[in-house]
Structure formats: C-alpha cells, structure tokens
Design a protein around this ligand. Sequence first.
Ligand code: UD1
Ligand code: M6R
Length: 611
Amino acid sequence: MCGIVGYLGNKSAKDVVIKGLKRLEYRGYDSAGISTLQNNKLEITKTQGKVSDLIAEISTGTHTGGLGIGHTRWATHGIPDNKNAHPHSDNSGKFTLVHNGIIENYQSLKQLLSDNGITCKTDTDTEVLVQFMGYLHQKEKLDFIDTVRLALNQVVGAYGIVVLCEDYPDMLIAARLGSPLLLGIGKDEFFVASDSSPIIEYTRNIIFLDEGELAVITQDQYEVRNLSGNEIVTKEIEEIEYNLDEIEKGGYDHFMLKEINEQAYTISEALRGRVNSEESTVTLGGIYDWIQQILDAKHIYITACGTSWHASLIGSYILEELLNIPVKAEYASEFRYRETAVNSDSVVICVSQSGETADTLAAIRKAREQGALTLGIVNVVGSSIARETHCGVYIHAGPEIGVASTKAFTGQVTIFNLIGILLAQKKGCNLEKIKPIIDDLDALPGLVQSVLDQGNEVFPIAEDFMDVENFLYLGRGYQFPVALEGALKLKEISYIHAEGYPAAEMKHGPIALIDDDMPVVFVVTARGYNKIVSNIQEVRARGGKIIIITSEENAELQEYSDHIIQVPDVSHCLQAVLTTIPLQMLAYHMAVLKGCDVDMPRNLAKSVTVE
Ligand code: UD1
Ligand code: M6R
C-alpha cells in the first residue's frame, strides 16, 4: 500500500527519496511523487505510473538539495492519476505533504475550507489536510510545528504523514496515527519511511513512532512529542536486524520465487533456539510469562486476513486438537465489527506477516478493550501489531517482498505448532502425543528442502492448465485451509478464478461446475483418505481433470490423477507446510507463463493499511 520516504542531510534528497521509493515498490502502488525544498522554494514532480515514470518526469537541474519527501500512492479517494498523486500542496504553495491512511472527516474539513474561499484541486482526502494546514497557518499566525499539530488534532482518521514548509528550509515534520512511520538516525542525516527498507542502506538505527506522536527533524537533531499534550517523549533507538541482501532478489527472477525457495531456511529460523528435540521441549520467550493466563482462558479466538487467516484456521485446528478447548479463527474485518463474546477469559491471537494490516490491528485493539489477553504471531519486528499485543512470537522469516505471501504462511503454521506443543505440555499432555510432532519439527527444514528440490515437477501442470479460466481446490481437515490458500495464491497472481472448498462440500454446489475443462486440485493426506478418494471419483466421473498433491504413496492415486505431486508424510498438524509448497509453485509458474506481474499483481498491496 502507499509508501513514504523523507530525507534531511547532506546527500542529494532526490537520490535518497527515489531509491527509497523503488525499495517501497513491493507494497503496491499506482502513482508516485517527490517534493524537495531548497532556497526556500518547494519543487514537486508527480505522475501516474511507476517510479521509473517519475524519474523520466524529473527535469535535469531540478530537485537539488538535501531536504525532500516522496510517496508511492495506492488510490483510495480519487482515481490514480497525476493530479491525485502525492505530494499535495496547499493553495499558497507553502506546505507540501505526503500521507498514508485515510482522513475520515475530510468532507467536513473541505466544507470549512470552501466556506473560507479555499477550493481543493484534487479528489483526495490528503489535499484537504494540507489545505487545512495552510488555512490554519494563515488564520492563526502559527509557526510550522504548531500548524501541523493543531491541524492533526482536528483530524479524524488514520495517517502517517511527512510535511515540508517553504519557510523552514531545514525542517521535516512527521507524525503518525494508525499508519506506521519510522525514523532512521544516521550520522548528520535523518530518514523517515513507512517501513525500514528505504533506510537500511544508510543506517540500522531506527526509532518507531508510536500512535499520536509527532517528530520534528532539523539538520542536527530530532525531537518527538505527543500530539495530545505536546510533551516531549523519550524514544529508544532500536537496531534493524536484517541485511540489505535480504530485500534484494539475489539471482531469482522474482521475489516470490526467492521467498518460496527460502522456506527451508525460514522455517529453521522460526525453530531456532525454540525446540529441544532431545528433551522434547519447546521454549518461546515471547509468551513465557503469559502461559498460565493462556491456559486459564475459556476460549481462544484467532483473527487475521488473507493468507494469514488461512494459517489461523490451521492454527485453530492445531490448538483445539492439542489443548482440547474451543478455538475459533475469524476474519479480522468481521471480528472487529461483530458482537463477540470476548472478555477477560479470552485469549485473542492476531496473525500477520506485516504487523500493519488495518483490520487485524483494529481487531487486536478491540480485544484489548474488552479485556482479553492478546498474542501476536507476526513477521515484521517492531510492527504495530507486535507492539500492541501483550505478548507474542515472531516468525523470523525475514522481509517478505512479493505481494503473494509464501514463507510467512509456512512460518505461521510452524509457530502455531510450537505454541500448541508448549501449551499442551504445560497442561500436562501425554508426551506420546507430542513427541512425534517435535521429531517432525526437527526434520521439517530438510523435508521442506526436499519438496523445493522437486519444484520443477509442477511446471508441466502449469503448462497444461495456463489457459483455463477456473480452478477448484479441495481438501479435508488440515488440508481444507491449504485448498483455500492454493486457490488464493492462484487467483491473486495469475488472475485465474479459483475457489477452495472442503472436499465434502463439493456435492452441495461446486460439483455443478465440473465439466471436461475443469481442473480440480485435491490435497490428499492420511486423514480422511478414503473419503477424499471418493470425492476424486465423483469428479472423474464428470470428466474433470484431477491434480493430486499427496503425502500418501498409493497406486490408485496415480491411476486416478492427470498429474500427481508427492510430498513427505509428517504429523497431521504440520502437513500443511509441505502440501502448500507445490501449490505456491503452481500459482507462480502459471502467473509467469501468463506474463503476469508476479511480485506486484494488479490492484493488490503488500500491506493493507486501510480497511
Ligand atoms: C528474543 C529475541 C531474539 C533472541 C531471543 C533470545 C527479538 C525480536 N527476539 O526471541 O533475537 O535470540 O530472544 O532469548 O528481539 N512480541 C509481541 N507480539 C508479537 C511478537 C512478539 O509482544 O506479535 C514480543 C514477545 O512477547 C517478546 C518479544 O516481542 O517479548 C520478542 O519476541 P520473540 O522474538 O518471539 O521472542 P524470543 O523467541 O524470545
Ligand atoms: O500482513 P498480513 O499477513 O496481515 O496480510 C494479510 C493479507 O493482506 C495477506 O495475507 C494477503 O492476503 C496476501 N496478498 C496473500 O498472499
């Protein structure tokens, strides 16, 4: 979703900002822009399209100096065109601003501006905010800082903003409410960005702005204040852990392919220092102090969006199976607005790769308000969800750049197993139930690697079916969420319509779709084997094409399938990690064969920071 970069220092702000915007491209966007300030003069260039289009628009000799801001926009209010691209400025031309989020009361602010003779030039909520700043500045005779502060105190909605003012040639103001922003603290230079990827090349020292905080940055210092009381806040400088090569493609054609192939490593990272197979124990430092409270809970809710919700569904099966208490997985967008029974007897687990998904963040806030203990399973260290949960477990999968989530999913399923084992043990569960899972966890990175090594076996399937318009994915038990995930992967990057269903549900509707052209992917494991073989027969009888992903070695599956991919057999609650990988590969190859933009599919954003 929208990305922000700001720079103040001795380098060329244009170069830093443009490079930063390129690093933010993975978030998904439809237009880009830059504003720089030199000799008390603001310059703005913006355009619909990619950062490369923006570079082409920048005339030689412009945008000099060391102070600038930039933005990649993902349209919410107003179509993606040049006019609606950020940065936006007020009519006096004194202020320019980039903004992530949504100003919810923009209509009433726009009316107020209009009543005072100020007409907006664009369709955006963002322009209303910068015009409002210009209006307050002139009316109240305020300085730059007070202008921004006063304006933000009247805003309802979500924002991460960075603002420049023509009268302050060495000052950058950033503020956050609901949209992440971080400061990079370099030597005699400062950075602001919506995530750390534009900053890491220059400094590892980061400050995360918290909700309702405003940072004032000048040549030689920064100061953070809270917006409500205007008091100075002392911020801790934290160190970013990952390296630059982790956010580059490293020889792969696409980030998605790189990330699929990293999964043996990322799972070993998720397990590192957490599993002792000799003693059959699991250690999770991030929930250690909360274990008793979790065990005392009467119900567990798990909430997430998209792929993270699929992992949550698997997580709910794992926890219910190992702990024998009710566990419910629910879309965060539903959970946040529904009348739930959440209270102080509840644990609410939030699952998110980015840790910034707006609905998931809102769900966790609601759960906290209702007295629940909140636990995060998050990939991005220091992200909003990780910071707002009482406790949690990081996935440690490293930066995931491809919009289609892959390594985060398998990491999330792995973490659910760790949490399940740990809690089951503390609850006094029989070691016989747990030991096989721990042994399989130990072997998991190697097993994942063996599935990755046979990745090319999927290619002929993609070749056979690249021209179809519909796909069906069916599975039972733990493999039902895998079917959902396989279908989501395919539709989001290849634009082929795909549905995932519990295999038995087929008879209640989807079977009507089966004809000679319909490919059906069955995910077949030991549990429910005979039942799903019957479902395969039902599709065969109607001429459907059968693709089987299975952990079972059985001649009848060979006979019944047009294509079959075999993966190793592991404990039921871990099997999804292995059966999902061929489905990720299938979606990838189909999308590449169809010439789709794999890493940045149309209309999608990596981090969905609006609801
Ligand atoms: C932590 C360190 C790890 C170190 C290990 C040694 C971090 C990020 N991790 O790992 O580098 O090797 O100790 O003991 O510094 N948290 C949440 N919500 C979330 C995710 C995490 O509150 O959604 C909190 C946890 O409660 C914990 C902290 O973040 O306090 C770090 O979590 P995690 O990395 O999972 O903990 P450890 O595995 O102990
Ligand atoms: O960052 P999150 O895990 O919270 O993101 C949730 C979804 O937006 C995300 O999984 C989305 O569905 C992906 N495009 C799936 O590949």
